[in-house]
Design a binder for this molecule. Structure first.
Ligand code: FAD
Length: 693
């Protein structure tokens, strides 16, 4: 084909880009997407350099196994990477990991018979797909599935597709592992052939990791049979190359020191702000809500003015945390990286399909402080993968035992609630300097933002988001140390700094409060907003019943704030009932004064019904109060009240659901299963809404 001027410009640009790339950015910045090679560009995909056609992609890259993930908090993504690695190392599969959002599925009917697709899918909230899997889910479970070739669901269009499925769910939710179940059903129905069982991990029972480990062995056996694979001796093969760069300094403007994106690094972040591009928001006010010394609950006001971010009452805000300095130091010391913490590293995928989860180039310090989940519970498989790199033979034997013996692992590591660095510190005083950094990137999650139910009303303060967060700081029975939540302790440190508390940072946590290149100075925190379905009725004259003990009260503070404002404007506002519970009224009764003021304003139409679990001899919880007020609850539901539950998913939400079923049955003279059914019906019609975690 003849080259016209535009082609020439593109070619020259690509050549320049390639030179920059192969010279490791010495002359120019490294292009963000190393796949934008001239070969791809010339066949017409120059715009993005990426194909959305998975069949084509696998063909081009010589893969026979794709592992798709639908992930919200990173666990499904982590499991996908682990499966990819294991498939490649143990069975010689040519694996690639793929964000399910990055590919089209209209051509899954063209998926070659000699290849396999894995689906590692988390279920989110009320049986919903994760954000990145919404379109895939809607396509496969929709009414009229039609593939590119014209095949429809009735033609067994997927008969050439072999697949493996694992779901991540939580049995305390109504729709346990709904995502993997529905996708599995849809795929089978369309003729696809599942290999092994559709695995289900249960976060509610705390057995996710063990469920995964127990599921994957028989799955590998079944897959080996189906594809004629031979298991082989494994040696560690890094997924990423991590190269220390002598000629770069951490001051270089190309180096990421904790910034979430290139625009942030360049000091010019711009919207739209999203889960991939947080807004560095000022915390304009922060205060303590508890009156006891040993526990903390934070109220914070985060400004989104001028950011173009918006929220609605009932939405969630995500906070992007920073790891505690003390834990960063421990981690670097345990892996022998302390003395080169500020060395610049370039991280690249060794395989073209490997996605580097950390912005690069960066430093060891920044990677560990801002990008890696170093404080999370430790996986047995990960510990096991460290054995070849142990400082001596005795420790190697101990690690191998921990990897192979589930009970021993639980006793020594899981039950102690150790982080990886704490666990290794307990095993050996010597550093594990031989562990490749690539293995740490592969084995640990990306540091995840945490969600908070917004505790303000957008109608009252549209530019300021409130959060109500209890600080996680637990001394567990049997554990030798205090387990500290990553985000909430970071927020506590920000609050202490903002208020000039006399003894900031009592546990020597030493957070980098001012952030990368001091970009968070003046008390800022990276955030994004996630819209939810947890919403007030559009007609404010409808009554509402809210059950929100502890920090479960967060969204209800916003609901009450909104209804009080409407009432003040003279609008007709329906009866508003809040069931709130805590330990003692003078210790942890959140927003007590505010609620009192609203009651004075709204009179009888606002009822705050409290349960204090540690005041009398009997422990009283919200569900007991709910029962005591059965008649009121039933009457309001007859008047089409919405019923809301927020907070602890494991116990409270489940019990409230049961109690409400009993109330309905009793008050309306029906058998108890009819009551249960009514609650189910309320859920599906949207008049029973949960915001639980
Ligand atoms: P993390 O570091 O994430 O730790 C969480 C817990 O894990 C710890 O308490 C501990 O029990 C355990 N843990 C940590 N490390 C280890 C280890 N090494 N070994 C074993 N166990 C360990 N919270 C609120 O306070 N208010 C809200 O309004 C709110 N709304 C939410 C809304 C949604 C939709 C969701 C999903 C969650 C919400 N949460 C809310 C919870 C919040 O997102 C966080 O999970 C919580 O604040 C803890 O975060 P963290 O980073 O401090 O703790």
């Amino acid at each position: 084909a003849q080259l016209d001027t535009l082609d020439l410009i593109v070619l020259v640009a690509l050549l320049v880009g390639s030179v920059a790339y192969f010279t490791k950015g010495t002359y120019w910045a490294v292009p963000k997407d190393p796949y934008a090679s001239s070969a791809v560009a010339l066949n017409g995909a120059a715009k993005s350099g990426k194909t959305r056609n998975i069949v084509e992609k696998m063909d081009e890259t010589g893969k026979n196994c794709v592992i798709f993930y639908g992930s919200q908090t990173g666990t499904a993504e982590d499991y996908a990477s682990r499966l990819a690695k294991e498939g490649s190392q143990r069975f010689g599969l040519k694996t690639m990991v793929a964000d399910i959002e990055d590919y089209d599925y209209e051509n899954l009917d063209q998926f070659p018979e000699d290849k396999v697709a894995f689906f590692v899918l988390a279920t989110y909230g009320e049986g919903e797909p994760t954000d990145n899997a919404v379109e895939f889910y809607q396509f496969l479970t929709g009414d009229d599935v039609a593939f590119e070739s014209g095949a429809t669901a009735d033609d067994s269009p997927l008969s050439s597709l072999k697949y493996v499925a694992f779901g991540l769910g939580n049995n305390t939710y109504e729709h346990y592992n709904a995502m993997v179940r529905r996708i599995d059903t849809a795929l089978t129905k369309m003729g696809a052939q599942r290999i092994g069982t559709a695995g289900e991990g249960d976060d509610g029972a705390g057995t996710m990791e063990e469920d995964f480990l127990a599921w994957k062995e028989p799955m590998w056996t079944a897959l080996s049979d189906a594809m004629g694979l031979q298991e082989r001796e494994t040696t560690y093969e890094p997924v990423f190359s991590v190269v220390e760069s002598e000629d770069k300094s951490p001051e270089d403007e190309t180096v990421y020191l904790g910034e979430p994106t290139a625009a942030h690094r360049a000091g010019q972040p711009k919207g739209p702000y999203s889960a991939h591009n947080p807004y560095i928001a000022p915390i304009v006010e922060s205060r303590e809500l508890f009156t006891v010394k040993d526990r903390n609950c934070l109220h914070m006001e985060i400004s989104i003015a001028g950011s173009n971010l918006s929220y609605q009452t009932g939405d969630h805000i995500a906070i992007w945390p920073t790891n505690a300095g003390a834990e960063v130091d421990r981690f670097l010391q345990v892996f022998g990286l302390e003395n080169k913490r500020h060395t610049v590293i370039d991280i690249k995928g060794i395989d073209v399909t490997a996605k580097v989860p950390i912005p690069t180039p960066t430093t060891y310090d920044a990677a560990v402080r801002y990008y890696m989940e170093i404080c999370a519970p430790v996986s047995r498989q990960f510990v096991s993968s460290l054995a070849p790199f142990a400082p001596d033979e005795q420790i190697k034997a101990e690690i191998t035992r921990l990897g192979n013996d589930k009970d021993y692992f639980h006793e020594k590591i899981a039950n102690q609630c150790f982080t990886i660095a704490q666990a290794l510190q307990a095993l050996s005083p010597n550093p594990f300097s031989a562990v490749p950094f690539s293995l740490l990137i592969e084995g640990l999650n990306k540091l995840q933002p945490r969600y908070y139910s917004i505790s303000s009303s957008s109608a009252v303060q549209k530019d300021k988001i409130s959060i109500t967060a209890v600080v996680e700081s637990v001394r567990l029975p049997g554990a030798s140390h205090i387990v500290k939540g990553v985000t909430t302790n970071y927020l506590l440190a920000l609050k202490q700094k903002q208020n000039g508390d006399p003894f900031p940072d009592p546990h020597g946590m030493t957070y980098a409060i001012t952030g990368p290149r001091n970009k968070y100075d003046g008390i800022h925190v990276p955030v994004h907003v996630r819209h939810s379905n947890f919403k007030l009725p559009s007609d404010p004259s409808k009554p509402i019943i809210m059950v929100g003990p502890g920090t479960g009260v967060a969204p209800f503070r916003g609901f009450i704030q909104e209804r009080a404002a409407l009432a003040a404007k003279g609008e007709k506002v329906g009866t508003t009932v809040l069931f709130f519970g805590c330990r003692k009224r003078d210790e942890d009764f959140l927003y007590q004064d505010e609620f009192k003021a609203y009651q004075e304003q709204m009179g009888d139409s606002l009822k705050i019904i409290t349960a204090f679990s540690r005041e009398g001899s009997n422990k009283v919880y919200v569900q007991h109060r709910l029962k005591e007020h059965a008649e009121l609850v039933s009457d309001l539901l007859k008047q089409k009240a919405n019923f809301y539950v927020c907070g602890d998913a494991a116990n409270m939400a489940r019990e409230v659901n049961i109690v409400l079923g009993h109330i309905l049955a009793e008050q309306r003279g029906m058998p108890s299963d009819k009551g249960e059914e009514m609650v189910k019906h309320m859920r599906s019609s949207g008049s029973y809404q949960e915001d639980v975690w």
